[in-house]
Design a binder for this molecule. Structure first.
Ligand SMILES: CC(C)(COP(=O)(O)OP(=O)(O)OC[C@H]1O[C@@H](n2cnc3c(N)ncnc32)[C@H](O)[C@@H]1OP(=O)(O)O)[C@@H](O)C(=O)NCCC(=O)NCCS
Length: 569
């Protein structure tokens, strides 16, 4: 299936009786587009090239049946009224062909489209063409000549230049490479569908295997496309050419949107950004077919060179959804490691490895805070003592660290998992309805106390108000990641104070538990967060033990003092 237009879509032409509207309607029909109606106020009742004309879009909609897309052909000052009428009538895709549509009109159209779940291409666009299916707008000219360069195939094309849209399709067709859909997003500074929006559509389109993007200087469209790749929302190969290499600051290049201002939107910046995201940048326009061919060949090689995948499952054949290794390609949960490197933080990579989801930087920051909070808490805790004791016997690093890790258990680090269980139990009992949190919290605490059990994640031997708890709460809130888990933690604190008659605030384990609940982390992984956090701290202890202390010393568990530097808070 192509995107945006296919042979089944029912199309309206607004301005159908005008010079361009009538001519283009004929060409769209000749190409096979299903033009079912036209609109020109005051000209209802006529027909244009056999297509019935109506006075209003509502009338066209009601008489001919629901319309999928409307193409607008009227002078620029009249576009806003026509577009708002189509959007109000419920049409979900508009193609605004005219150029010089006032910027504020486009912003108004965009607001109306967003409010009504509609999309628009342009303004100042040639339109959209899906080879062999249909065309919206002015793309392609006569059907006979369009069929020379618009052949169906696996490459999606998105372009900010009208001329280059069709030229690219032409050169690709000469090399035997067809297109799924060809989209001219328009040359203005503000347009409806941007490159990134079109990439999202191509991502979901099974026919499209790779995309060619013709970018230009000015606007952030190409940078947004790079960000989309980096966010894992566009995963197909992207071949890109950026026009305007010779342009300098202040120079306008061809289109209203193609302008470099104050160093923003430059050719170099766009090329660098896209390269960093892993796109295939083409330096010379003439090289586009060869690069595209190579990209498609690589895709073919990948799909054919997978004998293991097609082998019948035997006892020796097992599956993993974590990593995939091929010559020169290492993937974690489907993402290329080399593309993740330098782009995401270690905590984001941990989240990806554990859940298969590539999180945003906010989740990374919150997990960082958890890991930092637990990296060490003294030489007395069993893990540090065990690691130091093993190290003092002459055990190598791996053995000493293992001794430390082996002592992280139910009673050392285990409170996080247990507290996640408590929070989830209370949330289930409240059916996640915030109104019911206090009652559910009180019920869970009553049950624990009734059974004589200690509530994990609350109270501390030393700290009456654990500063790490407050910091995690504040961070989660400011990053927009505080959810039901943290809200329930608060409800549990209140219920506990009410039932015991003294405050017993959540400790850092409780706060971590609540954050992990809000991040949808399985409870059974909770203790591993503690281990991951603590490992570097243990490395430091083992290293200090080996390099500073004598072997086989008697290590007193509490009688030690800090002699390192102290920094201001
Ligand atoms: C869009 C454009 C082609 C229209 O030009 P045109 O066809 O010569 O304009 P016309 O005045 O003949 O026709 C417009 C028609 O729309 C009608 N119209 C006006 N407002 C309307 C509305 N709200 N709803 C429906 N029709 C409307 C007019 O009544 C007129 O029809 P009529 O002549 O039968 O009265 C032209 O304005 C334009 O922008 N051209 C450049 C396009 C371009 O280069 N795009 C970018 C490609 S890279």
């Amino acid at each position: 299936m192509p995107i945006l237009i296919d042979a089944a879509k029912r199309v309206l032409v607004q301005g159908i009786t005008g010079r361009e509207g009538a001519t283009r309607t004929q060409l769209m029909l000749d190409y096979g587009t299903r033009v079912v109606a036209g609109v020109t106020p005051g000209k209802g009742g006529q027909t244009v090239r056999g297509v019935p004309v109506f006075d209003t879009v509502n009338e066209a909609n009601e008489t001919t049946g629901p319309i999928d897309a409307s193409v607008l052909f009227m002078p620029a000052p009249l576009v806003k009224a026509a577009a708002l009428e189509a959007i109000a009538s419920g049409i979900k895709l508009l193609v605004l062909v005219p150029d010089r549509v006032p910027l504020y009109d486009v912003l108004e159209i965009a607001a109306a489209a967003q409010a009504n779940g509609a999309q628009f291409v342009g303004p100042n666009t040639l339109g959209v063409l899906s080879p062999g299916q249909g065309v919206l707008g002015m793309m392609g000219g006569r059907a006979a000549s369009a069929s020379q360069w618009a052949i169906p195939g696996p490459v999606g094309i998105t372009s900010r230049s009208g001329g280059m849209t069709t030229s690219t399709a032409y050169y690709l067709a000469q090399a035997g490479i067809g297109a799924s859909t060809i989209v001219h997003v328009g040359g203005d500074g503000v347009v409806g569908l941007t490159h990134a929006d079109v990439l999202r559509l191509f991502e979901a389109d099974p026919q499209t295997r790779a995309v060619f993007m013709f970018g230009e200087i000015g606007t952030a469209q190409e940078e947004d496309a790079a960000a989309l790749i980096e966010a894992g929302e566009f995963t197909k190969p992207l071949i890109a050419f950026i026009g305007g290499k010779a342009a300098r600051s202040g120079m306008r290049f061809s289109h209203a949107g193609a302008i470099i201002e104050g160093g923003r939107g430059t050719h170099e910046a766009k090329v660098a950004r896209l390269r960093e995201a892993g796109a295939h940048l083409v330096e010379r326009f003439a090289d586009i077919p060869a690069v595209t061919q190579a990209v498609l060949a690589e895709l073919d090689a990948r799909t054919t060179a997978k004998p293991e995948a097609t082998k019948p499952i035997t006892e020796l054949h097992w599956k993993t959804a974590i990593t995939q290794i091929r010559p020169n390609e290492i993937r974690l949960r489907g993402h290329r490691i080399d593309r993740l490197m330098g782009r995401i933080g270690f905590s984001q990579a941990i989240f990806l490895a554990l859940t298969g989801e590539l999180p945003g930087p906010e989740v990374g920051r919150l997990l960082d805070a958890i890991l930092v909070s637990s990296i060490d808490h003294g030489a007395t805790p069993p893990s540090a003592l065990a690691a130091r004791t093993a190290a003092s016997t002459g055990a190598p690093f791996n053995a000493a660290l293992a001794a430390g890790l082996l002592s992280i258990n139910q009673h050392h680090g285990g409170a996080i998992e247990a507290c996640m269980g408590v929070i989830r139990e209370a949330l289930d009992s409240a059916r996640h309805q915030p109104d019911a949190f206090p009652q559910a919290a009180a019920g869970v605490i009553e049950a624990y106390r009734g059974a004589g059990k200690r509530l994990p994640g609350f109270g501390h031997r030393i700290h009456t108000a654990d500063p790490r708890t407050a910091r995690l709460r504040q961070l989660a809130a400011s990053l927009g990641l505080a959810g039901d888990g943290l809200a329930m933690l608060g409800a549990l604190e209140e219920a506990l104070a009410a039932q015991t008659g003294r405050p017993l605030p959540a400790n850092v384990d409780g706060a971590i538990a609540a954050v992990l609940v809000d991040l949808n982390m399985p409870s059974e992984l909770a203790n591993t967060f503690f281990m991951m956090a603590r490992l570097p701290g243990l490395v430091a202890h083992v290293h200090e033990e080996i390099t500073r202390e004598r072997p086989m010393r008697a290590i007193h568990p509490t009688d030690h003092e800090y002699d390192g530097p102290l920094y201001p808070d």
